[in-house]
Design a protein around this ligand. Structure first.
Ligand code: ADP
Ligand code: MG
Length: 380
């Protein structure tokens, strides 16, 4: 990838380019907790986007995407918004940098990546982050990394029509090899935890399905959480978000909220606690407990929060049968990947079984991504 990028940069622009890199991400545990003010627990991975970038002395960006074999030029006013989809991520990063008082001089860039698109590993955050990071460097803007993450998030909101949280861009920028990062979505505080699963592999199985319910179901889940939080707040005014509530406080309002809102809230409050339990387990190097928590999260997402689907439950059940240490749906649900923590000696038989049995049942094979927790945005 590196040589291809540099060669293309040379042939297009007749000079050498400086390389930058950023990564996709996984989230080990902490699902549907972000909008409840709780924790998420992501890490950057060994799939990323690499870009060669140099100032070009003009007031235009000239950018080539190797993967799409497509070239665009754009200036830095709202009227310059590119027609195509992929350059909007880069254009957005430029505009959001300007909005924050940063300088954006014209630049040349060639980039490529290996984060699977739309698989839940956040290729879009990798793309935003590598450009946010590089543009900050070449212009000497000195914008701090958390603000660079917000530049990526605002790019999605304002230029790509995706109302995402901060986790993906945060993980892509702050990721560190061998560490997961617990991010408090309410305060923005974060802490690194060691993740060295010696003797285990971390593997994602992509169902390659996306059920259409996802958007409306997501909004309904948020509303349930807000109603439950409001009921609890009446007794405990300190509860700003549902994640602030103790389990006991939920029980107090059991008769005041619907059964549905109750089980949704039960999941969220349990999940916030599980993130903390996983962090404790990691500090002890106890990966068996980590795995057990992942199964509990899957159970919660499937039976209480009800955002799983047949394909995901099938893979989760199969993981249990194959004695995989931990397995759960990763991401919003209704499709996408399961994330699995599996002992090296069980890996091959698990993957073979999963591919065989899933294909038999659903008519297509799941995709397999072996991930390693790696560094996030950086200059190479
Ligand atoms: P994801 O879950 O992977 O973030 P998104 O739909 O949010 O999926 O983002 C995918 C979009 O990001 C693609 O449609 C494309 O516009 C852009 N993108 C991601 N990776 C690349 C790449 N390697 N080259 C060009 N554009 C990319
Ligand atoms: Mg995305």
């Amino acid at each position: 990838m590196k040589d291809q990028i540099l060669t293309k940069f040379r042939s297009l622009f007749g000079k050498e380019g400086q390389l930058y890199m950023s990564s996709g991400r996984i989230n080990l545990i902490g699902e549907h907790t972000d909008y409840n003010g709780g924790y998420v627990f992501p890490g950057a991975i060994n799939f990323g986007i690499m870009a060669a970038i140099e100032p070009n002395g003009t007031n235009k960006a000239r950018v080539f995407s190797l993967d799409f074999n497509d070239y665009v030029e754009f200036g830095f006013t709202e009227e310059d918004k590119p027609e195509q989809h992929w350059p909007r991520y880069i254009f957005g990063v430029c505009m959001e940098t300007l909005k924050r008082g940063g300088k954006v001089q014209g630049f040349d860039a060639v980039f490529a990546g290996n984060v699977p698109l739309g698989a839940g590993l956040s290729s879009s955050a990798a793309l935003e982050s590598v450009f946010a990071y590089a543009i900050n460097e070449i212009n000497g803007n000195g914008i701090e990394k958390f603000e660079l993450a917000k530049i990526g998030q605002s790019t999605e909101h304002n230029y790509c029509g995706v109302k995402c949280g901060i986790m993906d861009q945060f993980a892509s920028l702050f990721g560190k090899e061998g560490s997961l990062i617990r991010l408090d979505c309410k305060t923005g505080e974060y802490k690194y935890f060691p993740f060295h699963p010696k003797g285990y592999k971390l593997v994602l199985l992509d169902t390659c399905v996306k059920h259409l319910l996802a958007d409306s179901a997501y909004n309904k889940r948020r509303e349930s959480c807000e109603r439950a939080a409001a009921a609890i707040r009446a007794n405990h005014p300190e509860v700003e978000f549902l994640s602030d509530a103790k389990r006991l406080w939920l029980d107090e309002v059991r008769d005041q909220i619907s059964q549905e809102d109750f089980i949704r809230a039960e999941y969220v409050i349990g999940e916030v606690q599980r993130v903390l339990d996983v962090c404790d387990a990691l500090e002890r190097g106890d990966y068996e407990t980590v795995g057990e928590m992942m199964y509990q999260t899957h159970f919660g997402l499937s039976r209480l929060y009800e955002v799983s689907c047949e394909e995901l439950d099938f893979l989760n059940k199969l993981a249990r049968k194959c004695e995989v240490t931990g397995s759960r749906v990763m991401g919003g649900g209704f499709g996408g990947c399961t994330i699995n923590l599996v002992k090296n000696e069980l890996y091959e038989s698990f993957i073979n079984k999963a591919v065989q049995e899933f294909t038999l049942k659903f008519g297509h094979a799941p995709k397999i991504y072996n991930v390693v927790i790696s560094d996030g945005a950086r200059k190479l």
